[in-house]
Design a protein around this ligand. Structure first.
Ligand code: SAM
Length: 258
């Protein structure tokens, strides 16, 4: 995320941009951005989301303007007040994605952009439990049983999910707090809000993971759009996607069609 942000800022020669972290959690992403850019930082998170308490929000970052989501779910920042919106592992937790897109569009200045990193419905592994395909199962009983059986087979990140009650609780948690959307749903909604969408950085995360596993040091660059398009189905099946969303319009209504 940080490398993508630095590249996108560099491409636009933005100086002292205002960067807003939507769903900032404890603020560790903002802290990483603070260490490598001259950005003015702000962030927000839901005051009453899931298990985290209010003191947690923004606790790992200093010098950032941290707020809470307004009671109607809207973002606590003015119209066209930020240059960049970032979010990390948030969109799969957002219940009302229409509102998320509308708020993203509202707070961005024209020419601003957003980077959202999150897993889609296409992922083969549910990334919270590290279990294959359980997020695709709609029936509670089947989902809970799959969590339990796959854990007993030695898969996943949490051995306690072999216990029936814990598996059922996690099936409830994943139904209540996660919504994995397809690529088509995501893009259609972003387009409805007049936002430009690209996945141009998505393969970098997978390449970086492979290089790290091989202990190889190499710069990971953005591929040609055609090459990225070939990678994308594999990338979204294995890791989170990196969406770049732009509030920009190169088409001018005064252009005449001949
Ligand atoms: C997995 S945590 C990620 C936190 C942080 N971005 C990070 O990477 O450490 C998901 C976060 O999304 C937040 N969240 C869920 N729905 C949200 C919404 N509609 N608007 C803003 N934040 C939301 C949750 O409160 C939670 O802090």
């Amino acid at each position: 995320m940080r490398d993508v942000l630095i590249d996108e800022l560099g491409a636009r020669e933005m100086v002292k941009p205002v960067v807003l972290d939507a769903g900032c959690g404890d603020g560790r992403l903002l802290d990483a951005i603070r260490q490598s850019t001259d950005a003015e930082l702000c962030g927000f998170d839901s005051a009453d989301y899931g298990l985290q308490n209010a003191g947690f929000i923004g606790s790992q970052v200093v010098g950032a303007d941290i707020r809470h989501t307004l009671p109607d779910g809207s973002w606590p920042f003015e119209d066209e007040s930020v240059d960049v919106v970032v979010s990390h592992q948030v969109i799969e937790h957002v219940f009302d994605f229409t509102q998320f897109c509308a708020e993203n569009e509202r707070v961005l200045r024209p020419g601003g952009f957003a980077i959202h990193v999150f897993p889609t419905r296409h992922t083969l592994i549910e990334l919270h439990m590290l279990l294959p395909l359980v997020h695709r199962i709609r029936s509670h009983d089947v989902r809970a049983a799959a969590i339990r059986v796959l854990t007993r087979c030695g898969l996943g990140s949490n051995r306690e999910l072999a216990d029936p009650a814990t598996a059922a609780a996690h099936a409830d948690y994943s139904r209540t707090y996660t919504t994995y959307r397809s690529w088509r749903e995501l893009v259609n909604e972003l387009h409805r809000h007049d936002l430009r969408v690209s996945y141009r950085h998505s393969s970098r995360l997978l390449k970086r993971l492979v290089l790290n596993a091989m202990r190889a040091e190499r710069n990971v660059r953005v591929s040609h759009p055609f090459v990225e398009a070939l990678w994308f189905p594999l990338v979204r099946s294995l890791v989170s996607v990196t969406l770049v969303v732009e509030k920009q319009q190169d088409y001018h209504s005064d252009w005449k069609m001949h």
